[in-house]
Design a protein. Sequence first.
Length: 577
Amino acid sequence: MTRVGVEDNSLVHRSASALGVFELRKLNDSVLDAKFVSRARVAMKKTVGSYLIECLEARGVRHVFGIPGVHNLELYRGLTRSRIRHVTGRHEQGLGFMADGYARTTGRPGVCFTITGPGLTNIVTAMGQAYADSIPMVVISSENSRADIGTGCGHLHELPDQLGLAAKVSASAERVEQARDLHDVVARAFAAATGGRPRPVYIEIPRDVLAADARGLPAPASGQSPPPPEPATAESIAVAARRLRCAHSPVLLVGGGARGAAAEIKSLAEHLGAPVVMTINARGLLPPQHPLGVSMTASLAPVRAMIGAADTVLAVGTELGPTDYDMYAASELSQLRELIRIDVDEAELRRNARPALALRGHARETLRGILASGLGAVRAPWGEATVLGVRAEAQQLLSAPMRREIAFLEVIRDAVANAILVGDSTQPVYAGNLGFAAATPGSWFNSATGYGTLGYAVPASTGAGLGAPDRPIVCLVGDGGIQFSLGELAVPRDVDAWSVIVIWNNRGYAEIKTSMLAVDIEPEGVNVQPPDFSHLARAYGYGYLFIEDLESLEQALRDFASRRQVLVLEIRAAAFE
Ligand SMILES: Cc1ncc(C[n+]2csc(CCOP(=O)(O)OP(=O)(O)O)c2C)c(N)n1
Ligand SMILES: [Mg+2]
């Protein structure tokens, strides 16, 4: 083995043999990435499949989440020779959720490979989740040969209108009809996934096209980032700044679309003395101890009352949707007096509430424009007293178990520095969505909101860890939700993850049981038996602890945080309620 350098992201070791070349790259202080580059003779053949790998590589794709089958074999030609690392899921829905978690921690689209038919239908749920939460994802699937599509003859994996099905949950869906189109289709797909509002996109390649000769096609161009949408006009920015300057009681509502604008949100809030209400996907934009931060849902009456009383509301990167603003169907937000909205998506600017002033543009650039155009003197922080009162009142509305669940989450946040908490649809996650203050932007996300898919957290947390390999990942999942994607428990081991899987075990679908009881339905279908999680952890080779109190939780998490490992913590939920 030859030593060739030790800088970050650099090649640290390289050894060559008759079989191929082994490379070790340093990603950061603690993480090395190993890759075997095969010299296999198949590499000599160049098909549309292997050309696609070159196109993805040229665009900077470094991970692909896939499951191979006879239909998409050609997608794997040349993969081992590339710099792309293939992560194999155990079900295509898991691929999609991994890609979702990966996109959230990298800001780049997660790329998936599926087979025709069942591969595609299996991933559609994950595409629906990503669509609802504006997450970029590129799903690439095989399709039957061109002459066989839509014939209904009963070809293997045949699905009526596969393209039409995928298009329903995609910002763009295209079939590659001939080899020479591939390069541009890929370019358009990446542009659609990331150019405006991030979304999943879909590419399908018929088997005969995938296997076609690709010699003679031009070398793939390196991927250019799509041009950002036109910034908001200087005039509208000036009007917004004037209105904010004149406001006596402004409030900021920030959503997932503002995640890249933490510094600007903080400056603006502090300048105006304005409270900042953070949606689930915006938690952490202001840190937990910030006196203007409201890390509580706008569905709670005191928070709604504060927003309603504001003389000016600035909403940034938020759709003002019901799961964040009106979970209890209390009333519409449309009667807000002076609403200014900033969003990258034109359609979003008018969804759920009509603004007095709409600014289309990226959150960060638009807020910078407002900050630069003169907001007058720094305001007395009237918002601080308001925020204190609202927080205390809203706390009172949470049930005692919910408050304990939030305390449980705070122990996790404080014991595992720099952690990303990825949640499923389970009781502590619901409580957290109501009132948990995340440490940093992007360190709290889950499937208990929006599309709301059970089974998300295990694969999404694995993807998050691949995107942020030097950060510890906390997966929060219920005993019911984890059984939706048990197979995906294998992947953390495959990828040498740094994850703790925290299983909230209340022996069944507790939240649904509660909902049945609340409307006088005799519970049925909710007392599902969990498996023995200690055996399950052992089956995958993971450490396991049974947790019944906060002290042992904290100790277990501190040990977890001290070294790279995969650990399963089974929580006896009854002990915390
Ligand atoms: C794919 C899917 N199927 C069904 C549901 C409905 N659902 C929401 S929460 C829930 C119960 C989850 O049980 P568990 O993970 O154990 O969490 P708990 O409520 O017990 O904390 C169910 C069945 C869903 N959200 N998603
Ligand atoms: Mg449960």
